[in-house]
Design a protein around this ligand. Sequence first.
Ligand code: NAD
Length: 462
Amino acid sequence: MPWALLSFSSNDLMSLIKPTRDYGNKVFPFSVSSRYLITMTSRIPGFYKLPPNERLKAVAEQVAVGSEEISQVERGLVLDQAEKMVENVIGMFQVPLGIATNFVIDGQEVLIPMATEEPSVIAAASNGARMARGGGGFLTSSTGPVMRAQIQATGIDDPFAARQAILLHKDELMAMANELDPMLVKYGGGVKDIEVYVIDSRLGPMVVTHLIVDCRDAMGANAVNTMAEALAPRIEQIAGGRVYLRIISNLADLRLARAKAVFRAEDIGGPEVVDGIILAAELAVVDPYRAATHNKGIMNGVTAVVLATGNDTRAVEAGAHSYASRTGRYMSLTRYERNRDGDLVGTIELPVAVGLVGGATRVHPVAKTAVKILAVKSADDLSRKIAAVGLCQNFAALRALASEGIQRGHMSLHARNVAVQAGAKCDLIELVAARMAAERRINVDRAAELIRELEDRGQEGV
Ligand code: NAD
């Protein structure tokens, strides 16, 4: 059974572990201080064959969830709780919650709770994660939990002078905003910087102030919106215009999460599959029609974890898709390369604005248990795990596409050989092979039958 660390942030982890090989490529083996070792694994053989209650028990055996949390998952959200979440409640809309197994993220074995209505997503994630284990699993990094709020000032004659005036008052504005959220500041967050942009529009120039806010363990929309609203009158005074919008930007380009994995060629079907995945993924870099579907596959994993943890799926999706368009052309959020060993290296980078406090995260009982199952210690940690799931989901989909394509190629080659063996000549070779491949019945007897059938038909036609 693999050994893993539970209940430590990746920083704690990094201070405890000493990779014995290049950390950039391999996670195992590590030398780890034995007093921190507990046996936890995300590999649970036969998990998919268990009934749901047995699966829940198997998860509880691996992670720190107690009987109360188990019953919370079994009970789900109740009407009283729902009444406090949104308006005009009439009932509940349920979505299945499953567990993706096999994940190793930053050297930690992790079970991934996923809320999704789409079949095959959880199985594909588990399968992809299993194939990533040989290369050490997923390694992640991030830029930290920093969001932007925008304050739009209009009707300004001298927008560049207004911009400089706002920047001159930067310290005063930052202090004003931070006074509004002492709790956030206490945890090390708050406004860290102010940027000001002059943006031309059909309706004249706009002076747009960005508050750069470290949101720590909050997703931060309410927090930064409150700050932006409070600063608006002062910005009007300084800039001399009229402020309209004061709201968070969901293009969270300062809150990027990244993940990388090495999929060993022998673990994923060989060099042809590596080639197939690289070629398939490249189309998503250069063609927006393919990129949309490619990124949708990434979001199959990302959104499922965002939803399971009670976070705002629309915010994360808006962030992902706007980030995918940042060059002016919509493109893939992942990249695939072949390394010197001939293995496949996958990487992902996307904004993941999620929290562990605020919103539904601490209200929804199932979300609270999902966070426990993930054993995340911070919102940043959660965002990095979500990025790893996005990469894994994308890899699994690409592999299925690439290997099925290869499989089809192999089948038609095989079918042609069988047709020749059965005596087909010239055009009949292709016709017989195509029919056998379509029927998935490739053998000499069937080929001989088809040859007779097609020759008879040909003679009738003469
Ligand atoms: P929130 O206001 O409920 O919680 C954030 C607050 O929690 C912080 O301001 C801070 O005071 C406090 N806090 C306590 N412990 C903290 C810690 N360790 N780290 C950070 N803060 C801590 O929620 P929020 O995260 O500001 O907003 C999230 C909600 O806003 C979501 O429900 C989202 O759907 C909603 N929302 C989103 C948008 C958008 O994305 N465009 C717009 C409006 C609202």
